[in-house]
Design a protein around this ligand. Structure first.
Ligand code: MG
Ligand code: MG
Length: 275
C-alpha cells in the first residue's frame, strides 16, 4: 500500500481554513471567560458550544478514552490536563488546548494565560514571563518554518529562542505533529534540535507546532488520572500551539485570526493567505 504523502494539495489546505478558524474562535471564547472562580469544566462547555454551533465536532473527544473538548493544564500540569470542577484561583497559570473537526479536517491550537493576583505580583510576573518565553519560541519556530528548507530548523529555532531567555526546561517527551484528516499525522515536529535535518519544508506541509516549556526541570510524569502530564519537580509549565500551512506563496497560521501577522512581525515574516 502506498503511504499517504505528508504534503497536501492547495484544495486540501484550503479545507483546513475553517476548522482552524473554529478552533481559534473556541479558544478566544474560553480566554474571555477565564477568571478566578470559573472551573475548567465550565470552560470546556464554552469551547464545545462554539465548536458545535459552527457545525464542527470537538476532535479531542474523538480520541479513545477522552470525552472533553479541551485540555486544561493548571500550574505544574504541562499538557493533557482533564477539565475539573476545581475553581481557578488568582495567580494560576493555565494552558488551554483545543481542536475542531470540520468536514473531515482538523484544527489544533493552545494558549497559556496567567490569572491576575494583586497579592502575588512576583509570582504572576515569573509565570507571565514563562508563558511569553513559550509563545515567543512558538513564533520563532513558525518563522523558521517560513524560511528553512528542513523541519529540523523549527526545533533548533524553538530551542534557541527558549535558551536565549534564561534557565527554562523544554519538555522532550511530547512533540508537534502533522495535521490534516487526522489530528496527529506524520511528521513529528520536535521542540529542540535533533540529529538529522528532518522532512523537507515545501508547499503542502501542514504542521501543529507546540512548544512545552517549564520553569524548572524538563522531566515530566503522568498523573494517576493517566492523562495529565505534569513536571516531575512541581515547577510551572506553559504550552502554546498553532496549526500552520506551508503553501506556494508562504505560510499561513490556520489557527490565528490574523494568519500570524502580529506574531511573525518581529521576525520580518509576513504570512500570505492561502489562495
Ligand atoms: Mg493541541
Ligand atoms: Mg497538537
Amino acid at each position: 500500500m502506498r503511504s499517504r504523502s505528508i504534503y497536501k494539495s492547495p484544495a486540501e489546505m484550503r479545507a483546513m481554513l475553517e476548522p482552524g478558524r473554529i478552533t481559534a474562535a473556541a479558544l478566544s471564547a474560553v480566554r474571555d471567560a477565564i477568571r478566578p472562580g470559573v472551573t475548567t469544566l465550565e470552560l470546556d462547555a464554552i469551547a464545545e458550544g462554539v465548536i458545535r454551533d459552527a457545525g464542527a465536532e470537538p476532535n479531542f473527544a474523538l480520541e479513545p478514552g477522552y470525552r472533553h473538548t479541551i485540555c486544561a493544564s493548571v500550574n505544574d500540569d504541562v499538557v493533557h490536563g482533564i477539565p475539573t470542577d476545581r475553581p481557578l484561583e488568582a495567580g494560576d497559570i493555565l494552558s488551554i488546548d483545543c481542536g475542531a473537526l470540520f468536514e473531515g479536517w482538523n484544527g489544533d491550537a493552545a494558549f497559556t494565560v496567567v490569572l491576575p493576583d494583586d497579592g502575588q505580583e512576583s509570582r504572576v510576573r515569573s509565570r507571565s514571563r514563562l508563558s511569553a518565553v513559550t509563545e515567543g519560541s512558538l513564533w520563532a519556530g513558525i518563522a523558521a518554518l517560513a524560511s528553512a528548507k528542513h523541519l529540523g530548523a523549527v526545533g533548533e529555532a524553538i530551542e534557541a529562542a527558549v535558551d536565549a531567555r534564561g534557565q527554562y526546561g523544554i519538555v522532550e517527551g511530547y512533540a508537534g505533529h502533522g495535521i490534516g484528516r487526522a489530528m496527529h499525522e506524520e511528521p513529528s515536529v520536535f521542540n529542540y534540535a535533533v540529529r538529522g535535518r528532518g522532512a523537507a519544508i515545501k508547499p503542502g506541509l501542514v504542521v501543529a507546532i507546540e512548544p512545552m516549556v517549564t520553569a524548572g526541570s524538563s522531566d515530566t510524569v503522568v498523573r494517576d488520572d493517566e492523562w495529565t502530564v505534569a513536571t516531575s519537580d512541581g515547577s510551572d509549565a506553559a504550552h502554546w500551539e498553532h496549526s500552520v500551512a506551508v503553501h506556494a506563496h508562504g505560510v499561513w497560521v490556520l489557527t490565528a485570526p490574523d494568519g500570524g501577522r502580529a506574531g511573525l512581525a518581529p521576525f520580518g515574516v509576513v504570512p500570505t493567505p492561502l489562495a
